[in-house]
Design a protein around this ligand. Structure first.
Ligand code: HPA
Ligand code: ZN
Length: 343
């Protein structure tokens, strides 16, 4: 076996955390079709193949249009349960021992599917995952292309749920179309979330300017930046991220599919890692971007010729950057260290 293949194998079986995955982005075309048939939803694509062929994106918006169309098949508690179970099983097969998943309530409430339908399904799957050896948490994301008033309404709808399930629903995030929707648009709702004791993250620097990263840090007070790789030529920002050990949840295959970088060899992940930035590897929307977290590691190892030490650092960063308790984080790092020493 070549050195790169051996390393890809070693990383694939290593304990790791996933910190940037949209549950709705884990819906495989086959699942979309199965649920559409079960629920009597008519799709614009006659076959699974034609849907899959439509997965040709040139930027974030061209992806989001299809992604939101895909969510239209989710109608019942059972649908949300099955989607989450399928992701957690896949994640477990990827060595993921802890995952912090994004969820987009507004893409469902806008269709008349409320918290009382999707929350029990997602929570039931998370409980089952826990019994199967994967711990999971939920981060409720606000759609940034909608007004802050809609986010505030969603936050109030969520309040009863995160109050009742504080161990499961741990934070809020910000996703959807980035350009023209700066983090500062969501100042009030993030302040309320912080007051409620929730953890804070936001997508920034996926397509938007470095100023959006600064706003997410300074105004929203986020504790992780989702993506954060685009337009990151600012030495000042790189030094700031490095010195504060601010985690960046990087999604390499997503970045290629959405043309953030032309080619994996041009990805700045290794440069950021070498600069001492706390970068982590994640799948974003695995059903749309060509693979789960292990495919992301494999693509990077191949394109950027990552060595064993660099892979260890990425895995360790993922575990250390979770919002798990200090005890759980420590025990997960110990698991990684034991695995790494034995293989
Ligand atoms: N970026 C922004 N919003 C999203 C994404 C993404 O990659 N995936 C799902 N919603
Ligand atoms: Zn994302």
């Amino acid at each position: 076996m070549s050195v790169a293949l051996a390393l890809i194998e070693k990383v694939a079986r290593a304990p790791k955390a996933e910190l940037h995955v949209h549950i709705e982005g884990t819906l495989e075309p086959e699942t979309i079709f199965r649920l559409a048939q079960r629920n009597g939803v008519v799709l614009n694509y006659p076959t699974v193949e034609s849907l899959r062929q439509a997965y040709e994106f040139h930027d974030l918006q061209s992806f989001l249009d299809i992604y939101y169309a895909g969510t239209s098949v989710l109608l019942t508690e059972q649908d949300f349960y099955e989607m989450t179970v399928e992701y957690l099983d896949n994640a477990r097969a990827n060595g993921v021992i802890h995952t912090e998943m994004f969820f987009d309530p507004q893409s469902h409430t806008a269709r008349g599917v409320g918290f009382e339908i999707f929350m029990p399904g997602v929570l039931r799957a998370m409980k089952q995952g826990e019994a199967n050896g994967i711990s999971s948490r939920l981060i409720i994301c606000f759609l940034r292309h909608l007004p802050e008033a809609s986010a505030l309404e969603t936050f109030e709808q969520a309040r009863g749920w995160f109050t009742r399930y504080p161990e499961q629903i741990i934070g809020v995030g910000l996703d959807s179309s980035e350009q023209g929707h700066p983090p500062s648009k969501f100042t009030r709702v993030f302040a309320l979330a912080q007051q409620a004791g929730l953890r804070l993250v936001a997508h920034a620097g996926e397509e938007g300017p470095v100023d959006y990263i600064a706003e997410a840090l300074d105004i929203l007070k986020v504790e992780r930046i989702d993506h954060g790789v685009r337009n990151l030529e600012s030495d000042q920002m790189i030094a700031r991220l490095r010195d504060s050990r601010m985690p960046l949840t990087v999604c390499p295959l997503s970045n290629i599919k959405l043309a953030v970088f032309d080619d994996m060899r041009q990805h700045n992940l290794l440069a950021l890692l070498n600069a001492g930035v706390n970068v982590t590897i994640n799948s974003d929307d695995p059903a749309y971007f060509g693979g789960h977290v292990n495919e992301n590691y494999a693509a990077l190892i191949t394109a950027l010729d990552l060595n064993e030490q660099q892979c260890y650092r990425l895995l360790r960063n993922s575990l250390e950057s979770t919002f798990a308790s200090a005890e759980l984080r420590q025990s997960m790092v110990t698991r990684l260290d034991q695995y790494w020493a034995r293989h």
